[in-house]
Design a protein around this ligand. Structure first.
Ligand SMILES: NC(=O)c1ccc[n+]([C@@H]2O[C@H](COP(=O)([O-])OP(=O)(O)OC[C@H]3O[C@@H](n4cnc5c(N)ncnc54)[C@H](O)[C@@H]3O)[C@@H](O)[C@H]2O)c1
Ligand SMILES: N[C@@H](CCO)C(=O)O
Length: 348
């Protein structure tokens, strides 16, 4: 059985959840036909750690706050990302650092260093995909490796790969959905009587929010996801800045109560649509949906996306849109895709 060596770049909620699954449930991976061994970890707060024989995950996961990997064999107080990505004995680099909605950095560089070094990349980071996706996928192909990013949209709920694999024979003309777990959770908690700020703190505690939750509330997170879906599935080549964006920051508790009394629910809706002339229009905006609208019942951190197709009409996928373990599963599904690629290459 093949065992893949992983380098985790960023050791926050998502990559920790992945490390816990690898430590606690090796049989899950064995049943998929491969093993996983973490040989390197880097993080801004902890520094870096490289142990070619496999890191003791119990020790790494229980590092007290404020300490660094410097005291461990192979440890350093600095996150030596480039050195670790290029030179550690990893087969797959797992990129889960902060998303930058502006230029995708430093994650874009992390992905490039890995692909240039002949390492596969799996990532939950939306920045590199939305802002430099075409270039990075080409770099992966040129180097004979995979760049997989299922978790960039709707966490572990299968969307991107499912649409590519299962909807390929259809003409897609639009994608529309609730694509941010934090804002949907927050709107629901405001319906229950909480203020915006209190609800955001809850979403942060639950691991749904971005490091800067403004991205969730003001819509830049959904803007990246809309650009990814438009480019991946509608054949567009739009930059996130072309997605007109309004967040939920100006929706007040009074607005929420008033809507509820009228049988409406505020939702942050992301949409991309291909016009008859081939042009693409894309937007993010809060909409007060009637209770019988299919997206009105999507609650909490659950997300949903509906594809408008020629032969099937609307096809809708719903599931977790955020969460540490839920997003770690996206990385597992990406590693499964890498494994299929590797096995296919061996057979060919
Ligand atoms: N949490 C979710 O529900 C979710 C869902 C889908 C996608 N994502 C994306 O996955 C990524 C990780 O999410 P998370 O919830 O684990 O975030 P997090 O904030 O918990 O963890 C990110 C970690 O990356 C580290 N980091 C940041 N910059 C770094 C750098 N330059 N070098 C080394 N380490 C660095 C931070 O110290 C932090 O520990 C983000 O890009 C996020 O947008 C998260
Ligand atoms: N902060 C994001 C994580 C998933 O991309 C959300 O709440 O949807």
């Amino acid at each position: 059985m093949t065992t893949y060596n992983l380098a985790l770049i960023g050791f926050g909620g998502v990559n920790r959840a992945l490390a816990e699954l690898i430590r606690d449930e090796p049989q899950r991976f064995a049943s998929l036909g491969f093993g996983l061994r973490i040989v390197a970890i880097t993080d801004l707060a902890l520094g870096s750690l490289v142990q070619a024989e496999g890191i003791d995950l119990g020790a790494a996961l229980s590092m007290p706050r404020g300490t660094s990997f410097a005291g461990l064999p192979g440890g350093s107080p600095d996150p030596r990302n480039e050195e670790v990505i290029r030179n550690s004995p990893a087969d797959i680099v797992v990129e889960a650092t902060f998303t930058s909605p502006v230029d995708g950095e430093p994650a874009v560089s992390h992905v490039k260093w890995a692909l240039e070094s002949g390492k596969h990349v799996v990532s939950t980071n939306k920045g590199p995909v939305a802002l430099r996706g075409t270039e990075l996928s080409k770099l992966a192909a040129d180097n004979g490796v995979r760049f997989e990013y299922e978790g960039a949209v709707m966490s572990g709920t299968p969307v991107i790969r499912l649409a590519h694999k299962m909807l390929g024979g259809l003409k897609l003309t639009a994608v529309q959905g609730i694509l941010n777990g934090t804002s949907n959770y927050v709107l629901g908690r405001m319906e229950a009587g909480l203020g915006l700020d209190e609800a955001i703190i809850e979403a942060q505690d639950l691991g749904y929010a971005e490091a800067d939750p403004t991205a969730d509330i003001a819509g830049s997170d959904v803007r990246l996801k809309v650009a990814i879906l438009a480019n991946e599935l509608l054949g567009a080549s739009i930059h996130p800045s072309e997605v007109s964006t309004t967040g939920i920051q100006d929706i007040t508790s009074a607005d929420v109560s008033k809507a509820l009394a009228a049988g409406l629910r505020w939702k942050l809706i992301g949409e991309a649509r291909r016009n008859a002339d081939g042009s693409i229009v894309a937007s993010v905006q809060p909409v007060a949906l009637a209770a019988d609208h299919p997206l009105a019942g999507i609650s909490g951190a659950t997300n949903a996306v509906s594809f408008t197709t020629d032969l099937l009409g609307a096809v809708t996928v719903s599931g977790p849109g955020a969460g540490r373990v839920e997003t770690a599963y996206a990385l597992i599904s990406d590693i499964m895709a890498v494994n299929e690629f590797v096995k296919g290459a061996v057979r060919a």
